[in-house]
Ligand binder design. Structure first.
Ligand code: FE2
Length: 258
């Protein structure tokens, strides 16, 4: 868990948000009829071909689907060609010890924090072993607060797998962040925190919760049907998000469907 500083004071910081690739050890692995490796490659090719130059890619969990070290090696080999720092955090489908083993050396970081320009981008673990739901443990809240408070950065973006907000989808909200209200209150009491970035919900979400903008991005594979009472996937394509963090603390995002 490292802090990495890049001295680029007072200019917009550009972050690419890629989430929930659900990879397998084999490139043939499918999730609900979609080859997750091929789907991720399409997203990364789109990023590679675009002229939107990023400072960092953040990947907010569910990196793998089959509990194997080989799937993390697929992830590492697929992302390492991009030439950017890749900030990773775990989701409910991740196996933390395997993930830490494969993804702790640059260009990857595991639950690290990155200081770029006027911003600190911090990743935290909201996963609970053996559960699809999540929780930000007290120790993780303390670690986050310390990272942000001791940083010279003026503004903070917090990355965690489970968004701290309800999606108004009955089945999905049952496996959401169990202490979302408490965590949001903690974030709202931290004056530097501007926004959170999450995956998990495989759908688009962006709402202001007092001082904190809560943002979720669809997966690089299949998406869940919005507001559904029961589990359902829709036909929306893979996606990723561009996030511009401005020196004045404002941010702009653009969802890109691939
Ligand atoms: Fe997922």
């Amino acid at each position: 868990m490292t802090t990495i500083g890049i001295n680029t004071a007072s200019r917009p910081v550009r972050v690419l948000h890629v989430t929930d690739p659900h990879l397998f050890a084999t490139t043939e692995g499918e999730l609900r009829g979609t080859n997750t490796h091929a789907s991720l490659l399409k997203v990364l090719q789109h990023i590679y071909d675009s002229d939107w130059i990023a400072d960092l890619i953040t990947v907010t969990g569910d990196l793998i689907q089959d509990d194997s070290a080989g799937a993390y090696e697929q992830f590492r080999d697929t992302f390492s060609t991009l030439g950017l720092p890749i900030a990773c955090i775990p989701g409910n489908h991740d196996v933390v010890p395997l993930m830490q083993t494969v993804l702790s050396a640059p260009p990857f970081s595991y639950c690290g924090s990155h200081e770029i320009g006027d911003w600190i981008i911090s990743g935290i673990d909201s996963s609970i072993a053996g559960s699809a739901a999540g929780k930000v443990a007290n120790a993780e809240m303390v670690r986050l607060r310390e990272q942000i408070d001791t940083s010279d950065a003026k503004h903070a973006l917090v990355c965690l797998h489970h968004p701290p907000a309800a999606m108004n989808s009955e089945w999905l909200d049952k496996v959401g962040l169990t202490n979302a209200m408490e965590f949001l209150a903690v974030l709202n009491a931290m004056p530097k925190v501007r926004a959170t970035l999450s995956g998990h919900v495989h759908q688009e979400y962006e709402e202001q919760h007092n001082n904190v903008r809560v943002i979720a991005t669809p997966s690089t594979c299949r998406q869940f049907t919005k507001y559904s009472e029961k589990f359902a996937v829709d036909d929306n394509p893979p996606a990723y998000r561009r996030v511009t963090l401005n020196p004045d603390g404002s941010l702009a995002t653009e969802l890109v469907w691939v």
